[in-house]
Ligand binder design. Structure first.
Ligand code: 4FD
Length: 256
């Protein structure tokens, strides 16, 4: 997949993309990310990219022409069917479903705003969609762009080590994760659940699904509402509730 980002801070993006799974995916050519800096498209001696808002008020607004010129370069270097997405707090809430859809696109152009925003005419004429990563305001669209790139990239074939990762994910689709443990088996009296060391893979799978259902019920009930449960899953969740009630009745009511 090919991604282009229009941003005044290309170094910030490039640096962040050097590390970990994402860095390796780019090294291996599973994904390309190119940056296009509107400042390089400013035509005056001062390389001006922003100006004062019509109507007055604080802050500056990104001008259309340098943005549009940078975008034209980005479009020129990506497949024709690429989609154009602006990152803004007023956009459609980005979620896993949108990441899954976007991974099928041949190319994605992300535009990261700065200052008080970009001239609305640029968004109207040039953008297909506006996405938000959550209900908070940031100083720029670069971090949201990186979040979107990360969420999509890990879904691309070959990016996560094994194809098993994808199977595991569909197994627990729409649920929060189950708890994870590694050595040592006991730490200051905190032990690893015995089933995880039993070697009984069917029992481990059921334990993990039970935990994922239980944690989703406790922490993100609205996800469970939306997703629904099979008869088998309903039974597992009941088991989780009973176990938890017993645990809380006897010793520990420290966590909800
Ligand atoms: N919640 C998000 C995206 C961008 C952003 C910006 C005007 C500020 C939050 C236009 C002002 C863009 C988000 C950049 N803040 N800030 O996804």
């Amino acid at each position: 997949m090919r991604i282009a980002v229009v941003s005044l801070f290309p170094v910030m993006l490039r640096e962040a993309l050097l590390h970990g799974v994402l860095g390796r995916a780019i090294e291996r050519g599973l994904l390309t990310v190119q940056c296009f800096d509107p400042r390089e498209h400013a035509t005056d001696v001062h390389r001006t990219v922003d100006d004062r808002p019509y109507g007055g008020g604080p802050g500056m607004v990104l001008k259309v022409e340098p943005l549009r010129s940078a975008l034209r370069d980005a479009i020129g270097s990506l497949p024709a069917a690429s989609r154009r997405v602006y990152l803004g707090a007023d956009g459609r809430r980005f979620d896993q479903g949108m990441a899954r859809e976007a991974r099928e696109w041949p190319g994605l152009i992300l535009v990261a705003g700065r200052y008080e925003g970009v001239d609305e005419r640029f968004i109207e004429t040039e953008m297909d969609e506006v996405w938000s990563i959550g209900d908070y305001v940031l100083t720029g669209g670069e971090l949201p762009a990186l979040v979107v790139i990360d969420a999509i990239a890990r879904l691309l074939p070959g990016v996560l080590g094994s194809p098993e990762s994808a199977v595991q994910e569909s197994f627990s689709d729409g649920l929060v994760d189950w708890p994870h443990y590694t050595r040592p088996p006991e730490l200051d009296g905190q032990t690893v659940p015995a089933v995880l060391m039993s070697g009984d893979h069917a029992a481990i799978q059921r334990w993990r699904l039970r935990q994922a259902l239980g944690r989703t019920w406790l922490r993100r009930p609205e996800l469970l509402e939306r997703r629904g449960m099979s008869a088998d899953e309903r039974e597992l969740l009941e088991e989780f509730k009973i176990e938890r009630a017993q645990r809380m009745g006897r010793v520990d009511d420290s966590h909800r």
